[in-house]
Design a binder for this molecule. Structure first.
Ligand code: AMP
Length: 591
């Protein structure tokens, strides 16, 4: 480990040791810096936060400023987007807005992006790289096969730049510094990352990855979905890639954007030896269903690094398949609104990963959540949780679940992120969090309450039945159909090798899923038929790619894309319904 790496780990250890004090200082700095902003003036007036002692500051803040949702801040963000330059959320005018997720219904959700956002991104990248290199040292000046994609940036009518946070980061000076400081260079030039056409970018990422085959030290993307998506497309384009490697060309049918072509052609040279080697390996890999593709083609790669938790879990088995015996390292925890925690233990298997909160990045509060007892029909909370008053980071308890609330340097105050986490322990005095789920309920018809995580478990149970068929679940989503009485759930599946699966088995999958919901509201309603039989719709190949493309066409970037696990968006439902090729219904509910 280099000096620089031990320095950053030392910095984090010290911050974690004094986490409570760091948090009050962070809050104080945010409030001092932005006290003149209209939003803070409204709630805090002219209180001199400099002079308050720590606990008085925290309690004054919590008692004066209300918890907020995105909708509460939206009028301010709208004014910023329209070009108003008076201090609204922050003292410094905001010139950039990011598109955050939570957009399952297709409505963009903008949050402020400032220099602080890129700086903390660089800092967490460096910290995480230091932890990784303790366990898996990489060679200096190695390459990284990085499946990253910028979205198109646009301007609001008030002249504010809008794009995804990842897009802003890739375009920032900090990102260039990251490559320099972590001494790891992305295989693809900037033109490829920001081409705006994910298919062309993916082809180039793959081609350049092969070009630098021996130098690639690890394979990465923001979310695991992009790595899986890229290698699925590799299975289709590898022959063309081999031709391009052999001849030093770039297929004009695959890549047509002039800037991208120029940038890639500047790098590649004819390499018949490499082309023949890759061809032979691919022929071999094809016979074993591409198992171990990554180590086979990138023999010096040490690991695959990507977010594999939360809504990425369903892609983990395909990712392991491609990764063979390579380590899978689950990446850090953050959001467009703020980075939250770092994975300090890269050796943990992806399903055991926890994130140590970085107490200098934002001021974090935690809303204690209790699972509601199932034998009541108490519908006061919007989902299956009952909440208590938020507590500061210093008061969280091990084993308890919380919703995260953020106060950021970028002008979000007591902002409910909507993520549910569990405190699994502490690093020094900062909590380690296990990501549980997005809080938002996704499936509900009446008294039933199911979250994304519940749906994931149900689908995992149902798809077990496909295990020995050679078929594989590619992706899924759902919809609570209340158009007819009784309402019912529809689960959409795209299956690779669907033709191989007997209808009888798919029927069984449908029944199994219906029986796998553990939510009492669902069980009770199914028993009395106030929720109808579960419907399983099998959609044709490529349907979920269409959904992803629809998101991208609406401004999302592939790097940040997460398949919505539930939708009532008419456009998405149309895509799903016109491509449904088989339908199954579970039968009467067994009591
Ligand atoms: P976005 O701001 O659109 O990039 O999405 C941020 C959201 O992605 C977070 O609020 C989480 O719900 C989810 N997320 C981010 N990082 C992780 C992670 N490491 N594990 C699980 N979910 C994550």
């Amino acid at each position: 480990m280099s000096c620089r790496e031990s320095d950053i780990i030392g910095w984090f250890d010290a911050a974690a040791e004094s986490a409570a004090a760091q948090q009050t200082e962070t809050l104080r700095r945010i409030l001092v810096r932005n006290h003149a902003a209209e939003y803070l003036q409204k709630w805090l007036g002219d209180v001199d936060v400099q002079r308050l002692e720590a606990s008085a500051l925290e309690s004054l803040f919590a008692s004066s400023v209300p918890l907020a949702s995105h909708a509460d801040l939206e009028p301010y963000i709208r004014r910023i987007a329209d070009g108003e330059t008076t201090p609204l959320l922050t003292q410094e005018p905001i010139t950039t807005l990011s598109l955050s997720s939570g957009t399952t219904e297709g409505r963009p959700k903008y949050v402020p992006f400032t220099r602080h956002s890129s700086e903390t991104t660089l800092q967490i990248f460096k910290l995480a790289a230091a932890y990784r290199s303790r366990m898996y040292p990489t060679r200096e000046k190695g390459r990284v096969l990085e499946f990253i994609y910028s979205s198109q940036r646009s301007k609001t009518k008030g002249g504010i730049t809008v794009g995804t946070a990842t897009t802003h980061v890739y375009a920032s000076e900090e990102f260039k510094m990251k490559q320099h400081e972590t001494k790891s260079y992305t295989c693809s030039p900037q033109e490829v990352i920001s081409s705006g056409d994910y298919k062309q970018s993916t082809y180039c990422h793959l081609l350049l990855g092969i070009h630098y085959a021996k130098e690639v030290e690890y394979v990465t993307s923001t979310f695991a979905y992009s790595v899986v998506q890229a290698f699925r497309s590799f299975q289709e384009v590898w022959r063309e890639i081999c031709v391009d490697i052999r001849d030093g060309t770039l297929s004009p049918t695959r890549v047509s954007i002039p800037d991208v072509r120029r940038a890639v052609l500047e790098v590649i040279r004819p390499n018949p030896d490499l082309a023949s080697k890759i061809e032979a390996r691919c022929q071999d890999l094809e016979k074993r269903d591409w198992m171990g593709l990554i180590p086979e083609l990138w023999p010096n790669a040490k690991y695959v690094y990507s977010i594999m938790t939360g809504s990425m879990q369903p892609y983990l088995s395909k990712l392991s398949h491609y990764a063979g015996n390579l380590a899978l390292i689950s990446a850090d925890y953050g959001s467009t609104e703020s980075w939250i925690g770092v994975n300090m233990e890269p050796c943990s298997p992806p399903d055991k990963v926890v994130f140590a909160v970085i107490p200098t990045f934002s001021y974090f509060e935690f809303i204690p959540l209790r699972r509601q007892s199932h034998d009541t029909d108490d519908r006061q909370s919007t989902d299956d949780f009952v909440e208590d008053n938020p507590v500061p980071l210093s008061q969280v308890k091990m084993g308890k679940e919380y919703e995260i609330v953020l106060t950021t340097f970028t002008g979000l105050y007591r902002y409910r992120l909507g993520d549910v986490v569990e405190v699994t322990g502490f690093h020094r005095n900062t909590p380690k969090l296990n990501f549980i789920c997005r809080r938002k309920l996704i499936l509900t018809v009446n008294i039933d309450k199911n979250t994304e995580k519940d749906l994931q478990s149900v689908v995992a149970r149902g798809s077990q039945i496909l295990r020995n068929t050679g078929a594989e679940l590619v992706d899924f989503t759902s919809h609570a159909d209340i158009g007819k009485q009784p309402g019912h759930y529809i689960i959409y599946w795209e299956i690779e090798g669907e033709g191989e699966v007997e209808e009888r088995l798919l029927e069984e999958c449908c029944r199994e899923m219906d029986a796998a919901f553990v939510d009492q509201g669902y069980i009770v309603s199914r028993k009395c038929n106030s929720i109808g039989p579960l419907e399983l719709c099998i959609v044709e190949k490529g349907t979920f790619k269409k959904i992803m493309e629809n998101f991208i066409a609406n401004g999302a970037a592939l790097s940040q894309f997460k398949t919505p696990r539930c939708t009532s968006n008419p456009v998405l439902l149309r895509i799903l319904n016109v491509r449904t090729i088989k339908k199954f219904h579970s039968t009467a509910y067994a009591s």
